[in-house]
Design a protein around this ligand. Structure first.
Ligand code: PLP
Length: 397
């Protein structure tokens, strides 16, 4: 099945390049050490400082940072009041966590199909899946490009649904000049090292809604509060607190917050470089009829997290797997984002059948995530382009 480097040739790259890599500098190392030398490793002042910074960046009223993007989605589902018997509509072209957050609260994930050109969830397909049980939509800014927020918001308002934007890919993206994070009812971020900025692990939920904010705080820390307005009984001492709801330990450490505060200072620089790389790729690949360039909607000023090479398989003698292997033979080590969530055995056992979302399934068959990260040099980018062109020319129909 696997194919070796194209005959007679040496690989376009001598050294392997991978699809993603974090970028840290001395300021990041110093920020972490500063926290390590301080009084608070967790539950300290860095939490609030990071939250304030996220509010400033996005224009959201409230930010609640938490242990990871998955916890952020779980907390958002809880704050939205999702429970047993409810349904949540999402896309299959995402990381499993976007759908799992429904399962965590006993609700049912329902999969809407994607738009064939942007690869984001298709609002019209969302509309078709709404029924009396539907309570929320988790819309994923796939690759960092904002979903069609205007259309999704109007569908959600009409049907009394909560719009949760999974912005794991899209911190720094603007939609109609407004930052992602201030538009949907709640927006979640992830700070895993493959994402645009990192805390090692980390996540956040942003919202303008005070009620959601209060619920998010409880969800993050055991459902426990000391706030007098939330207590149900009289305190019997200064130590008093109550667990007033169900909650978890989804807190983020001050160490991670320190790193994230420092990483956030570089977000604009990261975005700019990522956009340059995307432009280089787009210019090169628009010339090829063997690959299809992802459509960018004019509303989205995208801080791109992933670059998706979509193969035009009709113009190629090889399939995605063979193209992927051929890239590896050129020392370009790629990945695929994503396997449709309902293909997984866990979802198959829950009764989801293949064939649910034909456009998403076709996309999955055709795509490869090629290297995109801040630290790539122009030579790196050119070598990836050269590898794609070399394979494309050789295996063109
Ligand atoms: C990474 C990711 C998540 C989960 O974030 P973690 O921080 O890894 O828990 C959720 N949704 C999408 C789209 C992601 O890419």
């Amino acid at each position: 099945m696997s194919i070796p480097a194209i005959e007679g040739g040496t690989p376009v790259r001598e050294k392997k390049i991978y699809y993603g890599h974090q970028y840290l500098d001395q300021a990041d190392y110093d920020a972490v050490v500063d926290v390590l030398k301080s009084d608070y490793l967790t539950c300290g002042p860095k939490i609030g400082q990071l939250e304030e910074k996220l509010c400033k960046l996005t224009g959201a009223k409230y930010a609640v940072v938490c242990s990871n993007g998955t916890a952020a989605l779980h907390m958002a589902a809880m704050a939205a009041g999702l429970t047993k018997g409810d349904e949540l509509i999402t896309t299959p072209i995402t990381f499993a966590a976007s759908a799992n957050c429904a399962l965590y609260v006993g609700a049912k994930p329902v999969f809407a199909d994607i738009d064939d050109e942007t690869y984001n969830i298709d609002p019209e397909s969302v509309k078709e899946h709404i029924n009396e049980k539907t309570k929320a939509v988790v819309a994923v800014d796939y690759t960092g490009q904002a979903v069609d927020l205007d259309r999704l918001l109007s569908i959600c308002r009409e049907n009394n649904l909560v719009l949760i934007e999974d912005g794991a890919h899209s911190i720094g993206t603007l939609y109609n000049n407004k930052p992602v994070g201030s538009i949907a009812d709640m927006t979640t971020f992830s700070f895993h090292p493959v994402k645009t900025i990192t805390g090692g692990e980390g996540g956040a939920v942003l919202t303008n809604n005070e009620e959601y904010y209060k619920k998010l705080l409880l969800a993050r820390s055991h459902g426990i509060t000391r706030e007098s307005s939330l207590l149900e009984n009289e305190p019997d001492g200064p130590w008093y607190y109550e667990q007033v709801d169900m909650g978890y330990n989804y807190r983020l450490t001050d160490i991670q917050c320190g790193l994230l505060i420092s990483q956030l200072d570089k977000l604009e620089m990261f975005k700019k470089r990522r956009k340059q790389i995307v432009d280089m790729y787009n210019r090169a690949f628009n010339e090829l009829d063997t690959v299809i360039v992802q459509k960018e909607i004019p509303q989205s000023d995208t801080a791109r997290h992933l670059y998706i090479l979509r193969l035009n398989t009709e113009k190629l003698r090889i399939d995605r797997r063979q193209f992927f292997d051929a890239l590896a033979a050129e020392n370009v080590i790629c990945n695929v984002h994503y396997i449709p969530v309902y293909y997984f055995p866990h979802y198959q056992r829950l009764g989801y059948k293949k064939g649910l979302c034909p456009k998403a399934e076709k996309l999955y068959n055709d795509i490869i995530s090629i290297p995109l990260y801040y630290g790539m040099t122009d030579e790196d980018v050119q070598s990836v382009i050269d590898a794609v062109k070399k394979i494309s020319d050789y295996y063109r129909v």
